[in-house]
Design a protein around this ligand. Structure first.
Ligand code: AMP
Length: 379
């Protein structure tokens, strides 16, 4: 028989959600006073609309709504970026630099959030090692990102076809990068992580490793971080709406980049793959993924429900008007980030100073937490 305390513990466990909405502007009470929010983005190319609507716009909202006692840390995941085909050093340097410019361009306030380079804080890598001794191959094997990033084939029902020769070519860094991601998050004892849906599985692993560490060392040192998902948690490719919009997509028509000119945005949206129903526009992600993706994008940008946007677009009876409407909404939303991105591109010293100051604060916390982790583990 369970005693009263055990029942209460169980009940609170059941009701403690591990996923929360990231639409802070609609729900400014969502974040507790002492929350530590952490998230990063990889410098693997120019940021796109998916990164913005899935993650970085929420970072900006959080800066605006920040209360005293809350801590925000946003970063450039440059160690993760080298797990996929690497650009040359000159290009990589440019991408790292541009990543900081993009974070600032979307409105993240460096006075309120620490902006860091992951590689410049060595505690990330050390905690990765410590946590990797708790991470099972079985759990990592279930992650889908290393499979999709290694182009491992999928069957009709989307199951990955594990072929020993193909798997044998997968690099250890790519396979184990979710453990590094867990280390990134746990190093700061983060409580909330605003990310796109593609990171949900990795957040599960992070919570699992936090639990493993706590139970192994009989401590409650690590909190279990909550995944924060925006309504636009998965923006799809414009030309292949069965997959997500991605920086690494070789077909640039499928991706709206933060610094695309208005004309380019309009051209890309006009070319977006839709379907043959050309006189009615409604939301049906299964039968009409292309149209639904565009509706979802508008709904995300306007911070309105899908139903409201569907009502708006029901007045259109041809693709030209529907797509021109979507283009206008996107162009308007990205106007400021694009000009800000250009401006910051010409201010390398300022970017450097932003990261320097962000890292001083973050490094202090990283060093203190890692030293406590060492103590707990008996080093
Ligand atoms: P990455 O560029 O892969 O480092 O992603 C940076 C952030 O953007 C992560 O939180 C991702 O989950 C998010 N993200 C990336 N692509 C998309 C997408 N197509 N839709 C929504 N969120 C995305």
């Amino acid at each position: 028989m369970l005693n009263r305390q055990a029942i209460l513990r169980l009940a609170s466990k059941r009701w403690t959600s591990t996923v929360q909405r990231a639409d802070y502007k609609l729900n400014s009470e969502a974040l507790p006073k002492n929350a530590t929010v952490f998230s990063m983005i990889q410098p693997t190319g120019c940021f796109h609309l998916g990164n913005y609507l899935g993650a970085t716009r929420a970072w900006t909202d959080l800066c605006e709504l920040k209360k005293s006692g809350q801590e925000l840390i946003f970063g450039v995941a440059d160690l993760h970026a080298i797990t996929v085909p690497k650009p040359d050093a000159k290009m990589f340097r440019k991408f790292r630099h541009e990543a900081v410019a993009s974070i600032l361009a979307v409105g993240v306030d460096p006075e309120k959030a620490s902006i860091i380079y992951q590689s410049a804080i060595p505690q990330h890598s050390e905690l990765h090692w410590l946590l990797s001794t708790l991470a099972s191959m079985g759990f990592l094997n279930r992650m889908t990102q290393w499979k999709s990033k290694s182009n491992i084939k999928q069957s009709e029902n989307k199951e990955y076809q594990i072929d020993d020769t193909e798997v044998g070519k997968v690099k250890l860094g790519l396979f184990s990068y979710p453990v590094l991601q867990a280390a990134d998050i746990l190093l700061y004892k983060s409580t909330h992580v605003p990310v796109g849906d593609d990171q949900s599985q990795h957040l599960e692993l992070t919570r699992h490793l936090a639990d493993k560490f706590n139970s192994t060392y009989k401590t409650d040192f690590f909190p279990k971080p909550i995944t924060m998902l925006a309504q636009t948690k998965k923006v799809l490719s414009l030309s292949s709406p069965e997959k997500k919009m991605s920086k690494s997509d070789p077909n640039h028509d499928s991706v709206i980049f933060l610094n695309d000119e208005p004309k380019t945005i309009q051209k890309k949206i006009r070319r977006a793959l839709t379907d043959s129903i050309s006189d009615r526009f409604y939301y049906d992600p299964v039968e009409r993924p292309g149209v639904s993706n565009l509706i979802n994008i508008v709904s995300g940008i306007q911070r309105r429900s899908i139903g409201d946007v569907v009502e708006d677009v029901s007045r259109f009876n041809n693709y030209k008007d529907f797509k021109d409407f979507v283009s206008e909404v996107v162009i308007e939303e990205l106007r400021e980030p694009r000009t800000e991105f250009e401006k910051y591109g010409n201010e390398p010293d300022y970017l450097h100073s932003v990261v320097e100051s962000g890292m001083r604060k973050a490094q202090e916390k990283a060093a203190k937490n890692l030293s406590n982790i060492h103590r707990i583990m008996g080093f």
